[in-house]
Design a protein around this ligand. Structure first.
Ligand code: ASP
Length: 315
């Protein structure tokens, strides 16, 4: 039997031990482990890398702690609009959706776009129509609500006019205290294929239909059996401009860098130089995995058929 591995993240940002209660830390670690177990179980049964990343992401989307599916952040208008993408390294097939509402598991919709449409990327109302047509599970607005995200939003929803007022310490603190709760997974299956998937509610108080990097193939999500599978989390605007995940792949393909070297270059040099806070998880076609971030913490974990099993939060 060949080896297989699943790696997950639950977002990066100002995640500090001093701000975290033991109970909350335990809860986050528990869900990350559940996501790893779910992805791993799929791989163990002979599932593909695509099956595994989907299975892991669904666990994270269904949990209110993460900014994806249930528990997604609020937009300026006070609703949840979600983005997701999935990509198969075996044939470069990909599916992505953005700005969808009421879809219980956005990653399922992205996968549906990949396998059952002639397209790669669907947005807003059209993506929602496709979800209904394909029988993808929907939920009422209430399902996505979380008090914690609501309070986060309430504190900054009127912040436009104040965002340059540096005397507003409360706001400054909030802006500094950034946590990107997006979820992602990358996997290598027993057949040696790799895949990547990312799902998010985007950024709190986003407006004008803002879309981040997560559903953009090559920015927040990318997979290619020649190189690697990558899922990102962080300040999406910078990750789009850096073409972050594809850049890692290019550094490996054209410059011969290892996965770890390529991810380090993009996250700790390129993104840092652009003020792009965040991180990414990756796996290469030999099953080497890496988790690199330039923020204080990143919810993350890895489980492999070689017996590795780890969950971590801080640097
Ligand atoms: N990258 C996501 C976005 O910009 C946010 C996150 O990682 O939490 O939409």
């Amino acid at each position: 039997m060949s080896n297989f591995t699943i790696v997950v993240h639950g977002g990066a940002g100002t995640i500090l031990k001093k701000d975290m209660s033991p109970e909350l830390e335990h809860a986050y670690s528990g869900v990350l482990q559940d996501a790893l177990d779910s992805g791993y179980a799929s791989l163990e049964k002979g599932g593909t890398a695509i099956d595994a990343v989907k299975a892991a992401i669904i666990v994270l989307e269904d949990n209110v702690l993460f900014n994806a599916g249930k528990g997604s952040v609020f937009t300026k208008k006070g609703v949840q609009e979600m983005d997701a993408a999935i990509m198969s390294g075996a044939d470069l097939s990909a599916g992505a959706i953005c700005g969808v509402r009421n879809v219980r598991n956005p990653i399922e919709l992205a996968a549906e776009v990949m396998t059952n449409s002639n397209h790669v990327f669907l947005s807003g109302k059209g993506a929602n129509d496709f979800a209904i047509q394909q029988g993808i599970k929907l939920e009422p607005d209430d399902y996505f609500f979380s008090q914690f995200r609501y309070d986060q939003w309430k504190a900054i929803r009127d912040s436009d006019t104040y965002s340059l007022d540096h005397t507003n310490h409360h706001l400054e603190e909030l802006l500094r205290d950034r946590k990107f709760g997006t979820v992602g997974a990358v996997a290598m299956d027993a057949a040696g294929n790799i895949a990547a998937a990312t799902s998010t509610g985007g950024m709190t108080n986003k407006k004008y239909g803002r879309i981040g990097d997560s559903p953009v193939i090559g920015a927040g999500t990318y997979a290619n059996n020649k190189t690697c599978a990558i899922s990102c989390t962080g300040h999406g605007e910078m990750f789009i401009r850096a073409v972050a995940s594809y850049d890692v792949s290019c550094l490996m393909e054209y410059k011969g860098l290892s996965l770890q070297e390529a991810m380090h270059r993009v996250v700790n040099e390129k993104l840092v130089s652009m003020n792009g806070e965040g991180g990414m998880i990756g796996i290469d076609i030999h099953g080497n995995a890496a988790m690199v971030f330039n923020s204080a913490g990143m919810y993350r974990g890895l489980k492999s058929s070689k017996g590795e099993n780890l969950v971590a939060i801080y640097k």
